[in-house]
Design a protein around this ligand. Structure first.
Ligand code: HSE
Length: 328
């Protein structure tokens, strides 16, 4: 266990959920952007910052926002707080009537951007807490705890951002209850992301989806998921590209994102293997085999959104293989 009052620094990567065809089951972590956090264990009795839950029968968590997003600091309303409450409830090695956590969060991943901002906070908090406590929990336990943060953010527990954020790389969530996460290998891939500066709430982007799927669409979709997994495992770039197709979610959600169809055409024409909506949007991502292509894709994204007069940020990055890391 790390001594009381000793701060640790945490880096939690952004993630791209769904990976086009794998709604709620596939995702990968990226090296940029990422959130920064600091955490320490404190004695609840000498907590100077004062926002312990008041009742010593409850877990004590103090959230301190370093950024300007004004996210809730009440632990049960904060995604990192909700994830920590789940961890503390299952932890039998520490007496949380006397000990608590202080968490400083500097969100460099803009909330509502579609690249796993809430997952980074939840995953960063539970990985940090586990480290402070001497690592009593497995990665699967941490994914389970962090899903409570996703429930606060979007109303549903899903792990397609959390799993890659904690494991790194590309992950497949075969099942949530019981949790089964499979880490997938991938060949070198360059990732170009554009974040048009509009907000799409995950809860809204989920509420517009149809609850029933036509069998012919389901057949296409599971062919693509299987093709994508096989392509990643074989390092077959062409198969990866062909499999990055979504006939169920994208046709509905893309109407929320200005210029989506034109952008997709332009990025493919620039040589990208394929891509689509990142998570529930509004960010859009494309994968490329070469860095040069990823940079050309970025130019297309900039050209399109400059043409539409819509403020945007772009990132050219690679797949993050480590997941959340602690600076020692
Ligand atoms: N799989 C989720 C969705 C990711 O697309 O709604 C959003 O966090």
């Amino acid at each position: 266990m790390i001594p009381i009052n000793q701060w640790i620094k945490i880096k939690a990567p952004a993630t791209v959920a769904n990976m086009v065809c794998g709604f709620d089951i596939l995702g990968f972590a990226v090296n940029n952007p990422y959130d920064e956090m600091e955490m320490r264990l404190v004695n609840r009795s000498d907590n100077q910052l004062g926002s312990v839950l008041g009742n010593v029968d409850k877990p004590a968590i103090t959230i301190i926002n370093i950024d300007d997003y004004n996210l809730p600091t009440a632990p049960e309303k904060n995604v990192a707080g909700a994830a920590l409450i789940a961890l503390m409830e299952e932890c039998t090695t520490v007496d949380f009537s006397t000990l608590g956590f202080e968490v400083k969060i500097n969100k460099l991943i803009k909330p509502g951007s579609g690249v796993g901002s809430s997952a980074a906070s939840s995953a960063g908090a539970v990985v940090g807490a586990n480290y402070l406590l001497g690592n009593p929990f497995s990665k699967d336990d941490l994914v389970r705890f962090a899903m409570n943060g996703e429930k606060v953010a979007s109303g549903v527990k899903h792990a397609d951002n959390i799993a890659p954020c904690i494991h790194g790389g590309v992950t497949l969530v075969r099942s949530i209850f019981p949790l089964e996460v499979i880490a997938l290998p991938s060949p070198t891939l360059f990732v170009t992301i554009v974040h048009p500066q509009i907000e799409v709430r995950t809860a809204d982007a989920r509420s517009i989806l149809k609850q029933n799927v036509q069998l012919k669409d389901a057949i296409k979709q599971w062919g693509n998921i299987a093709g994508l997994v096989a392509g990643l495992m074989k390092g077959d770039y062409d198969l990866i590209g062909r499999s990055l197709e979504d006939v169920i979610i994208e046709p509905i959600r893309s109407i929320l994102i200005p210029g989506f169809d034109d952008l997709k055409k332009a990025c493919k024409a620039a040589g990208a293997l394929g891509g689509g909506i990142s998570g529930s949007g509004p960010s859009i991502f494309f994968l490329s085999k070469e860095k040069q292509t990823a940079l050309a894709v970025e130019q297309e994204m900039k050209k399109l959104y400059e043409g539409l007069g819509l403020a945007h940020h772009t990132y050219v990055t690679t797949i993050n293989q480590e997941g959340v890391t602690i600076e020692k």
